[in-house]
Design a protein around this ligand. Structure first.
Ligand code: PBE
Length: 303
């Protein structure tokens, strides 16, 4: 689109600011209001790259499936980490540039930025997901108290959000978790009431460095410590996390996303772990873009 053509579509105020900006800056910059203005499609403007997270995450597998389901042959899913993804998102968002990320709820990014899920008519990302607590076999026998607390554990998206946002704002995870525990004695009591204290028994919680699971695992670590446990938090990748529960090298994890996100892991280790129940319902995974992007469905990435 030429500059002249674009100006015809602009209002007086926009025209004025364009004129003013043109005095001090280059015309070229004025012409690129969002991103690569020469690109004719979202794909082109993004070099056909979806910004992913750690390779073992279930959302990565779901995204590969979406690429197949929607015949997005030109697109690549780029792996990285949760932290790298949010850094890329911030950079794109601040510049009002397009970006497509692998996103999930609950996550503070939806509080921080105006984002939307791309519609998924083919269901590559499933529907409503749940977060499950999983334990090694034999946990109930060996540590009945912890087993009970872990089975009781459930909280809301808002609860998790408080911890996640505090961490995002620079608080140390254990400090943010402690603040939540201190502020919510009745919720903690619902998980621990009637459970006897132990005397320094060692327990290992495996988790992946996803913002949601950093929050939950830090909270549970404090709750179990207060019950007398000697808690180790083991940060690993998703595959090793499920393996650690299955082979008993870790005792439990709060990071099982089911039925779809971790279906491959759950099937692979079927019978080798115990599902201790749901800590949160109505969670979700999918492709997420800034609200200012002019697309609504994964199908729109094909253009
Ligand atoms: N997540 C957060 C994980 C589960 C928790 C959606 C990034 C995943 O995709 O495996």
């Amino acid at each position: 689109m030429t500059l002249a053509k674009k100006i015809t579509g602009l209002g007086a105020v926009a025209l004025l600011s364009l004129g003013l900006a043109a005095c001090g800056d280059t015309e070229e910059k004025n012409d690129s209001t969002s991103t690569d203005s020469n690109a004719s499609s979202v794909g082109e403007s993004l070099d056909y790259k979806i910004t992913g997270i750690d390779p073992g995450a279930g959302i990565m597998e779901a995204t590969e499936r979406a690429i197949t389901d929607y015949e997005l042959d030109e697109w690549d899913l780029v792996s990285g980490s949760s932290a790298a993804m949010t850094a890329s998102l911030k950079k794109a968002y601040d510049a009002e540039k397009p970006i497509v990320i692998t996103g999930w709820t609950p996550h503070w990014k939806f509080t921080e930025y105006d984002l939307k899920y791309l519609e998924d008519p083919k269901g590559s990302y499933g529907g409503e997901e749940e977060i499950h607590t999983i334990g090694r076999t034999g946990l109930q026998e060996d540590m009945p108290e912890a087993h009970q607390v872990l089975s009781n554990f459930n909280w809301s998206e808002d609860d998790m959000g408080e911890v996640m946002i505090a961490i995002k704002d620079g608080e140390k995870p254990e400090v943010a978790a402690q603040a939540w525990v201190d502020a919510n004695p009745e919720k903690v009591a619902a998980w621990t009431d009637g459970i006897e204290k132990v005397d320094g028994d060692k327990i290992k919680l495996a988790y992946v460095a996803w913002d949601s699971e950093i929050a939950s695992t830090n909270v549970m670590s404090i709750v179990l410590t207060d019950l007398g446990y000697d808690v180790t938090m083991l940060q690993v990748e998703a595959g090793p996390m499920w393996t650690a529960i299955a082979d008993g090298s870790a005792d439990a994890s709060l990071a099982g996303w089911l039925p779809l996100t971790h279906a491959t892991y759950a099937e692979k280790f079927d019978g080798k772990y115990e599902d201790l129940g749901t800590s949160m319902t109505g969670v979700k995974i999918g492709l997420v873009v800034p609200a200012y992007m002019d697309i609504t469905s994964i199908e729109d990435l094909k253009e």
